[in-house]
Write a protein that binds this ligand. Structure first.
Ligand code: SAM
Length: 240
């Protein structure tokens, strides 16, 4: 990673209260591995070093805002794609135990190989759909947090994530700007699934100033057994 990219990463992290100076070599390696992965199979839409540093690395680190991911927590990253936000989170928060999941095998194979190369022992990637894992006793009610970035609208995320959370656990959804309509649909879905939208925090992505929202949904009670519905239905026919 050239000095300009290093400076961007340090600046973007510092704007969010994070010091990544001890992790610059591993972020540089992550950038190199992502660029190599992109050349072999189209892993992410972002191709330039600058876009990857700001829109993947700094953006992923914004999930740490508000302290919802502080502590020794078991965190499922729903729809991780090429490992975001899991891999940057694992680099700066070694106490988190991260389980990135994705339905696409080649993405998870890349994330697994990358986590191994980075010697991230706190990352355990898994191929699977949230709808299936949500009915698997090994995963249902099994996580302190579900973190998610760029996967679906809030009511869909609520249906996919709440079954996976232990009562008291939190869905931490990092999103772009959210409409009142989406928020209302998310609140209704949370109510049905045994949860409540607890915090909605608008903020700006450092350096670029793009609007973002961190939405936290608390699981307050048990999720009815019929949720999540079968594979694909939550996104195809959202509850609200
Ligand atoms: N979170 C990543 C990021 O921020 O760059 C990837 C976002 S990508 C747009 C969405 C990913 O979610 C895809 O890789 C897709 O395979 C995965 N996905 C969508 N629905 C899913 C589901 N129900 N269960 C597991 N993975 C899912």
């Amino acid at each position: 990673m050239n000095p300009e990219m290093q400076a961007l990463l340090v600046q973007g992290a510092a704007a969010q209260g994070l010091d990544v100076s001890g992790q610059l070599d591993r972020f540089a390696l992550l950038l190199k591995l992502l660029q190599e992965g992109n050349a072999r199979f189209n892993l992410t839409a972002l191709k330039s070093d600058r876009d990857i540093v700001i829109k993947h690395f700094v953006d992923s680190l914004s999930c740490l805002r508000g302290g919802f991911l502080d502590g020794e927590l078991k965190v499922l990253d729903l729809g991780t794609g090429a490992g975001f936000p899991s891999l940057p989170l694992a680099l700066v928060q070694p106490r988190l135990s991260l389980i990135p999941i994705d339905s696409t095998r080649k993405k998870i194979e890349y994330v697994r190989a990358t986590a191994e190369t980075l010697e991230l022992t706190n990352v355990s990637p898994l191929v699977g759909r949230a709808e299936t894992l949500g009915h698997d006793p090994a995963h249902r009610d099994g996580y302190d947090r579900v973190v998610v970035r760029a996967v679906a609208a809030l009511p869909v995320l609520v249906e996919l994530a709440l079954p996976l959370l232990r009562p008291g656990g939190l869905l931490v959804a990092q999103k772009g700007p959210i409409t009142e309509e989406e928020l209302l649909a998310g609140r209704r879905a949370a109510n049905l699934l045994g949860g409540v939208v607890e915090e909605v925090t608008p903020f700006e992505l450092p350096v670029l100033g793009d609007p973002r929202t961190l939405v936290c949904v608390r699981k307050t009670g048990p999720t009815p057994k019929k949720y999540p519905r079968q594979d694909g239905l939550p996104a195809k026919h959202p509850l609200f």
